[in-house]
Ligand binder design. Sequence first.
Ligand code: NAP
Length: 241
Amino acid sequence: MKKVALITGASRGIGKAVAERLDADGFKTALIYLHSEDKAKELADSLANESRIYCCDVSDGSAVNETVKEVVSDFGRIDLLVNNAGIAGQKLFTDITDSDWDKMLGTNLSSVFYFSRAVLPGMINRKEGKIINIASMWGEIGASCEVHYSAAKAGVIGLTKALAKEVAPSGITVNAVSPGVIMTDMMSSFSENDVKALTEEIPLLRTGTPADVAGCVSFLAGSDAGYITGQVISVSGGMVI
Ligand code: NAP
């Protein structure tokens, strides 16, 4: 029987590459998007295995509960949850408003709580399942002018480690992938010079691709990673060692 993966933020960037890779690995996919419906539709149509799209604001707990119910009703179960949806933003710390803070934490951290909480009862009943959270190197080492983003991603790392301990006896693994500089729309606010300067700090001398991150997710989602839980795997070209 083909396994079912739910991927948030699957319409573009890293989430899209993760969906393509998991489809190639034989998963059926539930693709969560918010604004990019056409892109999500196009992706679902291009995949070999059954794939459906769902519009859901990942920062809204009730919407997440409804979406997970819908996915389970369509596919019967969720074997793998990839919490990938996220936003970034650069601001001086003292310019961050309450609403900037709430949006950043809601989209990048509360979303991981909401989806994991909604998906786990089914996994616990079956005594198997995997959760993979997309964190960020800035959650590990902190980024100037991205304190709210760094705090949210550090929260994702803490949630990953604690939840891994709690659900391991139920046969469920929880891991995080921590990307470095990956060329997606999220990097569009960086100038060519910013990217050049960042690239000079990367030991492997290149920025990452969404496929680099998807490869790590594919490994963690597969049976070779069955004895790995609570880990944060850096996909940063050596920028974080
Ligand atoms: P991206 O290209 O900007 O794509 C972001 C995705 O998240 C889109 O599919 C978007 O959906 C979705 N999304 C955003 N807010 C949402 C919401 N409230 N509800 C539902 N979906 C929402 O970003 P990316 O670079 O692929 O980033 C993916 C993940 O990797 C993020 O968690 C990011 O923090 C992390 N990351 C990225 C980098 C990097 O260098 N790119 C580095 C470290 C970590 P719609 O377009 O449909 O609205």
